[in-house]
Design a protein around this ligand. Structure first.
Ligand SMILES: [Zn+2]
Length: 485
């Protein structure tokens, strides 16, 4: 068992290693997960596990990674349908996990079996089905240690605020915003999931988004946090409140994650808190932290000792720098309970060229979770792609709009939710419909040529808070059969 200092030393070694050296270190970590999956996961008992056996027998790193590339990808649908086959502890079944989760809606459920003590996290897919992720508390604490060292200790060292971590006369205060979708993740991360050393110097407060905006502002004002963590859309609301004189806090570092980072967010934050550092993070419930922003270049660097990310081009070869990966697979290096091997990620990720940072791990930029195309079908049954990025820009350009959520769940159906500032609801629906008409017209067709049903729902900020959920999101469940993988 590696202690805290051991993990911190390893994290530094990883981040400073040369590409070849890091590849060798990553191989060692993938091997541990591969061995567990091969020995204990029924999903890999037959032919599907053959590449795992070849990986474990490989003499060279090249042979290892080429066998790894032959392993069938894992998809979100597999995690839902094959949970019991994937899970390495026979006492942990989907039925048991779902029942326990239902009995502990706050996300503090702990599952104990003869093999281990587990925590349950969940996230919902585009289809609305719930994906559960089960992991040991010990693994979670290790990951938190690796993450806090990078995101917090190194950032504070860089901005000259590391003295904040001396717990006298009081600990640094951290406010974490949770909403319905991620509550289980942070509830457990700050209680049992947090390493003891982190609890010793951080005073974490969970603020739920179900409260009204006024209540949230009052709570944040009382806590006066030095550190904030939340979805950028929600932190932006705080920044606006500060600019309007309704909030007076002075955070040193704002950590954001869960939504795409847009420059408009950074501007709003800097206006409200000129001396505050903004640290972007990128991760997902299934794999945990994938990347954190580097204080030197401000871009995301992969946490390669937590998740192994494959960024591939159309031919399946490693992606060149400054190119957007055609396919992305993530392998979690710490989950031995529900092995996540070559998990297919839909996010659009660009590999960035080396910028000479002290942190040597690969740099990425996440371009957004919006799909490149929303595939619609016109009356002659011809597929017509609508540009996802243009839609984002069109919606962000609407006046008084604080956020949007778009679901494209059938070729001819679009559901748009617009979150507006108080008092702007009256004209918002009309403006949004006009905006959608212009957006479709820019593709050379009329709205009713390609869509039967366009639902526009207008919600005010407070109601959205209570309801929860991510914003600035466009999800499409439609792929023309000829393009399906
Ligand atoms: Zn950097």
């Amino acid at each position: 068992v590696t202690g805290i200092l051991g993990h911190l030393r390893q994290a530094r070694a990883f981040d400073r290693a040369s590409p070849e050296e890091r590849r060798r270190l990553v191989r060692g970590k993938i091997e541990r997960v591969a061995r567990t999956a091969l020995e204990r996961s029924r999903r890999y008992a037959g032919e599907r596990g053959a590449p795992l056996a070849r990986m474990l027998a490989a003499a060279s790193d090249d042979a290892f990674f080429s066998a790894f590339a032959e392993l069938a990808p894992l998809r979100k649908a597999d995690l839902i349908a094959d949970f019991d086959q994937i899970c390495t502890d026979p006492e942990v079944t989907l039925a048991r996990v779902a029942a326990l989760d239902a009995a502990h809606p706050n996300g503090d459920a702990v599952l104990r079996t003869r093999r281990g003590t587990y925590n349950i996290k969940k996230t919902s897919g585009t289809s609305g089905k719930i994906v559960y992720q089960v992991d040991t508390l010990a693994s979670q604490r290790t990951i938190m240690t690796l993450l806090i060292e990078r995101a917090l200790v190194r950032t504070l060292t860089h901005v000259g605020g590391v003295a904040m971590l001396v717990p006298f006369p009081r600990r640094a205060r951290l406010v974490i915003f949770v909403h319905r979708g991620n509550r289980s993740v942070y509830q457990s991360a700050t209680s049992q999931g947090a390493p003891r050393w982190a609890r010793a110097f951080l005073d974490a407060h969970i603020v739920e988004h179900d409260a009204s905006l006024d209540e949230i502002l009052a709570r944040v004002e009382r806590v006066k946090p030095e550190l904030l963590f939340g979805l950028p859309s929600r932190i932006e609301w705080l920044a606006r409140a500060q600019a309007a004189g309704k909030l007076r806090i002075e955070p040193r570092v704002v950590f954001i994650g869960g939504e795409t980072f847009h420059e408009s967010f950074a501007q709003a934050c800097t206006r409200a808190w000129p001396h505050c550092a903004i640290i972007n993070t990128y991760g997902m419930t299934e794999t945990k932290a994938i990347a954190t922003a580097c204080p030197e270049c401000r871009e995301l660097h992969l946490c390669e000792d937590i998740v192994h990310l494959e960024l591939l081009d159309e031919r399946g070869a490693p992606c060149e720098p400054d190119r957007e990966a055609a396919r992305v697979f993530a392998t979690s290096l710490w989950n031995f309970t529900v092995p996540i091997l070559r998990y297919e990620i839909e996010d659009r990720i660009v590999l960035l060229a080396d910028a000479g940072c002290r942190r040597r791990s690969r740099r990425i930029r996440v371009r957004g979770r919006e799909p490149v195309f929303l595939w619609t079908r016109d009356r002659s049954r011809t597929w017509r792609p609508l540009d996802g990025r243009l839609l984002r820009e069109a919606l962000l350009g609407l006046r008084h709009v604080a956020g949007y959520d778009v679901v494209h769940d059938g070729p001819r159906s679009l559901r748009v939710t617009i979150v507006v500032e108080a008092g702007a609801a009256a004209s918002a629906e009309r403006d949004a419909r006009a905006c959608l008409e212009r957006f479709v017209a820019d593709h050379g067709c009329a709205l009713d040529d390609v869509l039967d049903e366009v639902e526009v729902r207008v919600v005010d900020l407070d109601s959205w808070n209570r309801q929860g959920g991510k914003l600035q999101s466009i999800r499409s469940a439609v792929t023309p059969p000829e393009l399906a993988p």
